[in-house]
Every structure is written in C-alpha cells, then in structure tokens.
Design a protein around this ligand. Structure first.
Ligand SMILES: *Cc1c(COP(=O)(O)O)cnc(C)c1O
Length: 464
C-alpha cells in the first residue's frame, strides 16, 4: 500500500514511512492511494470477533505485509490492554434506536487512547527495527497530551516533549500528564496560551537543526495517518454489534480536527453500511457553516465548555476535500494556499453536493450543551460529558430515519470536565474512575519555561 499527499508534490511513502511522518513536504496530508474493500459476506463473518481480532482485520490491509502478521497481532493486542472494560468500546442504549458508544474506557478517559496506545507501540516497533530514535514534540490544550504520554511512556526509542499552556489546562488534565514520571516524558508548561504552544511546535518542526545528529521530530496529532486508521475499527465494531451488514447504522461525531469523523467516512467507503454521518460542532462551527452554507471562513476562536473542539480550522478536512474533488491534488493545493493567505474557501457545486450527500451537520452552543447534560441525566441517570452532549443534540436535530440506529460517539468521560457537569446539574460531582482515584496525591513533574523557541530548544537538548 502506497500513501500519497493531498497536494500531489511530495514523494509517496510506505506504511512505515508514513507513520514516522507528519505533514508531507508539500504541506499536504498523507492518505492511502486506495482503500481496502470488505464485502457484506466478509463483514458478516466477523460477527463473533472481539475488538482486538476485528482491529487486526481492519488494519492489516493498510499495513499490507510491511509488518509480519504475528508482530502486528501482538502490537494490536497490547494496545487495548490498558482499557478498563472488556468490550473495549461498549455500547449503551439511551433511547429508542439511540446509542452511546463509550470511547472513554482507555487510560486517559478520552477516545484519543484508541489511536495513541496503538501509535506508541507501532512507533517503538518500527524504530527498534530501524535502530533509530525519534523525538515526539506536541502541543496540547488537554486530551492529546495525556493520551500521547500514556501511549509512549514505555517506548524505548522515543523521547517526548509535550507543551501545555501554563495554568490554562484543568487540574485533571495537567495531572494526567505531569504525574507520569517516566524518564522519556518531559512536560513543559509554557508561559503563554495554546496558540503560543502550537507556534513553537510548528517552528521547531520547520527547522530541526537543534536536534542531535540522526534524530527527527515525529507528530502525534491527527495529521498522523496511523491515528485515523486505528479509529476506523470502532465504527465496524459498533455497527456489527447493532446488526450490520444486514442493517444500516448512523453516527453522530463531536468534531474538532475532523479526524474522528473522517475515520467514519473511510469505514463507509470500505463497505460498512453507514446511513448518516453527522458532524457535530460547538460554537466554533466552521465545518457546520461549510456544509450548511458553503461558508468555510475563519472566525475568532471561542472558548467553550467543550475545549477539545475549540478549533478554528480543522486540519483533516483537507483529506476530505481531496476526495470531494476526485483527488485533484492541484485543485487542493490551490485551495489550501488561497485559504492560508486569508481567502474564504468556497466549494464547487459538485463537491458541495457530494459533501451534503455524505454528511449532515449541527452546531450546539454552551447553554444547549448544559441543557442536554441535564435532560439526559433526568431521563436516564446517564451522565454525558459536554462533547458527547453536543453529538447527541446534533443527532436529534438531523436524524432522518428513526428506524436506523443512531450511535453517538462518547469521546470523553464526564469526570474530565467536572466544571461543566457542576454547571449543568446542581450539586453534581463526578468521581474519577477507580484506577485514577489517587490522581491528586501523585507526585508531579513539569518545567515552566518562557514563551521562546530558543528556550524550548535548549531544554530539549539538555534532556536528550
Ligand atoms: C479530540 C477530541 C474531539 C475532536 O476529535 P477530532 O478527531 O479532532 O474531530 C472531540 N471530543 C474529545 C473529548 C476530544 O478529546
């Protein structure tokens, strides 16, 4: 399997190479040259498989023999060992044909564990084989950092540096990162905001000469293809549990960078009978405006109760545009460069029609989010986190066929967002899951560093 850039001017890569790469050299994102196809008979034959077995079926064609079967099987199996529920991704029924897929049973209580537990092990395996060491550098506003740290803390060939904005992430989120005391894990509290963190990371990627000979930076955000790939699995797993391929299933996905829902789109292209795919956004609604009004223009960032979706521009949408424009890389390059220089992006008639046939969309503000958390708790004594509540509301607003099961992806555990829960329901507090009960008594380690690229580079050098 070859991987190609959405902008058409970077070399195509093998699977292992694409795992070690972030952005393509032409500024594009890597996608598989073609998608594996599964027939209804084949999907039906997977009905008795558990999550790990199914993951291997879905992932193997993308790896395409580059990693021997037994090794890939071991990597996949170990990736889900840290989950606290034997179903890995359990379905919970909320109402008639309405389901929640709990993707928060992993070590850091958010769906990002599905991809990052896998990516950490995959990286370590590939690097071991190549006798190579890399440096992971990432910025986080909360969930990505802890999931990446948990995923890579045991990697012998990876040193990690995760920047978070000093005093601007929640206590739970910070402690999930800073109480991991492994030698290769370095938490940096930057004296700046999240944008400052991202700018420093981008600048470091652009000029890596500060690194020792032979080292390179690797990205762990969802521009990394392996993350998207691992997320395709739970669409298959949940749809089969609800009767696919004989029965269609719909999904509503709380969306920020468009990684998670893009995985759902790929599952559909690979043969899963998905009916609706709902893009659910908070008030940072660029994707909803794009689908509903062909308005893909930047607006100032708003801080919401669902911080993991506080994103101005969704990086993975470029992968979607590539398909909507029939893989015309030259057109994508032109559009993306125009957008970067400040133009609003306007989709062609044909591609907008395709997008609307594939996706419904909805945007949900903070007040409605709180209302939904309150209502669902009153109706079912089930506690939604704010991101999941947004997905549920968008699903209710857009669902066209009530005979098709609608699955709302629960992307985080409510205990990660106690403030929002307290605002939604009086006197409500949420306990951390059992394995994290001692989070607030564990030792922390992090370095507070000024908002200067040179200071960050010097710190990294001193820790390698
Ligand atoms: C990252 C995240 C999202 C957004 O996922 P994308 O793949 O960026 O669209 C939604 N909810 C939670 C809790 C997250 O951590």
């Amino acid at each position: 399997m070859k991987y190609i850039s959405t902008r058409g001017q970077a070399p195509s890569l093998s699977f292992e190479e694409v795992v070690l790469t972030g952005l393509a050299s032409d500024g594009g994102l890597y996608v598989p040259e073609s998608l594996p196809q599964f027939s209804p008979q084949e999907i039906a034959s997977w009905a008795a498989l558990d999550y790990r077995e199914l993951a291997l079926k879905v992932i193997a064609p993308f790896v395409d023999g580059e990693i021997p079967d037994q090794d890939l099987e071991r990597i996949v199996n170990q990736s889900y060992d840290g989950f606290r529920h034997s179903a890995i991704a359990p379905l919970v029924q909320l109402g008639q044909n309405r389901w929640v897929l709990e993707l928060f049973q992993g070590p850091t209580l958010a769906f990002k564990d599905f991809a990052l537990q896998f990516l950490g092990r995959l990286l370590d395996y590939i690097l071991q084989k190549r006798q190579q060491k890399v440096v992971i550098l990432g910025a986080t506003s909360g969930d990505t950092g802890s999931a990446a740290i948990e995923g890579c803390r045991h990697c012998e060939n990876v040193d990690m540096f995760i920047l978070h904005p000093h005093r601007r992430v929640s206590d739970v989120q910070r402690r999930q990162m800073t109480t991991v005391l492994a030698d290769n894990v370095n938490n940096i509290a930057l004296q700046g905001n999240f944008d400052d963190c991202q700018n420093i990371v981008k600048a470091a990627f652009a000029d890596q000469r500060f690194l020792p000979e032979g080292r390179q930076l690797v990205a762990v955000n969802s521009i990394n293809w392996a993350r998207i790939m691992a997320q395709i699995v739970y669409y298959f797993y949940s749809a089969i549990a609800l009767g696919a391929p004989q029965r269609k299933v719909s999904y509503s996905v709380p969306t920020g960078n468009f990684g998670d829902i893009f995985a759902g789109y790929l599952a559909k292209r690979m043969g899963l009978p998905i009916d609706q795919l709902v893009i659910a956004t908070n008030s940072n609604d660029i994707l909803h405006r794009c689908i509903s009004a062909n308005d893909h223009s930047k607006k100032p960032l708003q801080h919401s109760l669902s911080p993991s979706m506080d994103i101005m521009v969704s990086s993975n949408f470029e992968r979607m545009l590539f398909d909507l424009y029939d893989r015309d890389a030259a057109a994508i390059k032109q559009m993306m460069e125009g957008f970067k220089s400040g133009e609003a992006m306007v989709l062609s008639h044909a591609s907008l029609a395709k997008a609307r046939a594939l996706f419904a969309s909805g945007c949900v503000d903070d007040q409605t989010t709180l209302q939904i958390i309150r209502d669902v708790f009153q109706q079912s004594e089930y506690l939604l986190d704010p991101h999941t509540a947004i997905g549920l509301h968008a699903a209710r607003k857009t669902q066209t066929d009530l005979t098709v099961p609608m699955v709302c992806l629960a992307t985080a555990h409510p205990a990660k967002f106690p403030e929002a829960i307290g605002k939604a329901i009086d006197n409500m507090s949420v306990d951390l899951p059992y394995h994290m009960q001692d989070l607030f008594t564990r030792d922390e380690r992090f370095e507070v560093i000024e908002n200067e690229l040179s200071a960050i580079c010097a710190y990294i050098q001193s820790r390698l």
